[in-house]
Write a new protein. Structure first.
Length: 280
């Protein structure tokens, strides 16, 4: 294209591919060398800051390319005063499984519901991170991102389900305005029938999600999260984050009563409640 002023040979640019020499693959060494030079410059520039998370690419790249770039960042940062977490997010193209993320050298990952419905239409989900997030098994820090699940989406219930299953939920808010016109046919995850746009700051579902994100953040700040793990087996609701004998966060999606197994330690001597519903 006209922007390729160096004339680099990565001819297949519509989508990344395991078979073709695309921009985010290892099949074009000249492109990879330039990418590595760019990464070195980024690391040189921000290494002195504490509040840095690296993400290799958002929803793209082949598995082998992402793994290579993760190792490249980590190896280069070892020559620097500070080392920062490096992340691997689920790709739209080429097809990818969540296990590719968990088997990677990344410190944190952002999985998708599996199999992704845009990759395998009509599939029944094996891992439904929207409705019933699997418990984090501790292999990776998980930034559970609404973008990789719904596109524009999320519910107040999902925020608490994700948190009590050991995930760090994050919410992709509106990024309007955007140029041009997008229809429900082009982007059904963003535009509903009748032209109703989900990509607006005042879409009615988003305020309750933001509110519960804030409540979870305030609660998390009071807890020793490093000592807590998902404990769905301890709660009849199956949503529980626990430091047995010290602290338990239990979520009841349907309300009502709950049975909690406190046999793992001396038992918490205090109880508190958070009502995850709209309002002050």
């Amino acid at each position: 294209g006209p922007n390729n002023i160096q004339g680099l040979a990565a001819p297949h640019t519509n989508a990344d591919s395991n078979e073709k020499p695309t921009l985010h693959s290892l099949k074009v060494p000249e492109v990879r060398k330039r990418q590595e030079a760019y990464v070195r410059k980024v690391v040189d520039t921000v290494n002195g800051f504490d509040n840095v998370l690296y993400e290799i690419i958002n929803e793209g790249g082949t598995v082998e390319w992402q793994n290579h770039m993760i190792r490249f960042v980590k190896d280069y940062e070892r020559t620097k005063p500070r080392q920062h977490p490096v992340g691997f997010t689920h790709a739209v193209s080429p097809k990818m499984w969540n296990e590719d993320l968990f088997a990677s050298p990344a410190d944190w990952v952002s999985p998708a519901k599996q199999p992704a419905d845009w990759e395998y239409p009509g599939s029944t989900f094996l891992e439904h991170y929207e409705e019933d997030p699997p418990a984090n098994d501790g292999r990776k820090v998980i930034l559970l991102d609404t973008d990789h699940l719904w596109g524009h989406g999320g519910t107040p219930q999902w925020v608490w389900k994700a948190f009590t299953r050991g995930h760090n939920p994050i919410f992709m808010d509106s990024w309007a305005p955007i140029a041009g016109t997008i229809s429900a046919k082009d982007a059904p995850w963003m535009v509903l029938k009748g032209g109703i746009q989900k990509n607006t700051a005042d879409y009615p579902d988003w305020a309750p999600v933001r509110e519960q994100m804030g409540r979870v953040a305030r609660l998390a700040a009071r807890l020793n999260l490093a000592a807590m793990t998902p404990g769905g087996h301890l709660s009849s609701s199956r949503y529980c984050l626990a430091q047995p004998g010290h602290a338990y966060v239990v979520y009841l999606p349907a309300g009502g009563r709950v049975t909690l197994d406190l046999r793992g330690g001396p038992g918490a001597d205090r109880a508190g409640g958070v009502l995850p519903r709209p309002g002050p």
